[in-house]
Design a protein around this ligand. Sequence first.
Ligand SMILES: [Ca+2]
Length: 348
Amino acid sequence: MSLTDRLNGLFHSAKRNLKNLGIATTIVASTYFNNPSKAEIINVNPSWNWQNINYLLDGNPNTQGNGRADAVAGDLVVFAPGIYQLQMQQGASFELRINSVNLTGLGWNATIFRGASPYSTIAWKIYSSDNTLSNFRTENAFAGLWVGGDNYNNINFRFIKTIGHTQHYIWREQNAPLPINIPSIKTENCYIINGATGFHFNEIQGTTRNTKYLGMRNVTIDGVSALGIDAPLVIENNRVIEVRGNNDFFDTVIVNTRASFRERAYEGFRSPIGFVEHNNGSGSLQSRGFPGNIEANPLLDAEGRPQKGSPAIGPQYFRGYAGAVPPRLISPLYGDINFEESTGNFNP
Ligand SMILES: [Ca+2]
């Protein structure tokens, strides 16, 4: 387990049983300071403008965010609840450019990164590697989260809600030296609402087996108008022979869309499992013969949580449920689930 994974795990386990934000922060901080590493918590609040946030996260010592030295590998940057607003100007985005720095908000209903217009800009751009971004929301921007550094790897998105973007997640085509068998980008407990395309790979004419790709589990895609998952397609002789990542898509809910996948992707799909599809207007994985998937109403409540009796709850799912939001009743059985984290209600 990498240091950043371990720190992130400590952070989440420390928060898990604490309802009071102040207590949680204190305990996590003492855990960090007892660690032999130099990892720190850096607190940011909405009084920081977007440029100061970028100065903190750009790895350039000549630019300082509110007079503070840049984050370094192992640090955790905590964004207090509130709205972080991008200005209307070309290229304005929040940007992360430092490896092994993790970012967290305090819940997807609490920490909000907001663009200036739904027709322009990208809320967050990731140029680095070994980062985890979690517990916030993006809205009012053309795109939510973009990955495209010079040699990106191990980018993790957890407990993020993205709302209304034309493209919610985008990653730039980039090949590894050899074929790779683990995702370079992982999304977990992410909730995609409305807009057009859920996951957009940046090369639609086909790619190679070496391409970096996306993995996802416990994702909910609700109401996108064009495509749920636009995954990398490996095309030979004008036929899709593989969808990169198709062994890494599972336990996902796709509802209320007009097209749940890119149509040609079905040619190359082999084993996405645990998908619950409903009201999508095109053939589901189940109807096309992929085992381990169902077409059924997942019975989500207004927060996206499957209700008692939902077909999105069951032992066939890796963590006992499909979709971004853990059901209320079974979380004690599966241990790994932080109910409050999934709703964003850290600090009621
Ligand atoms: Ca800087």
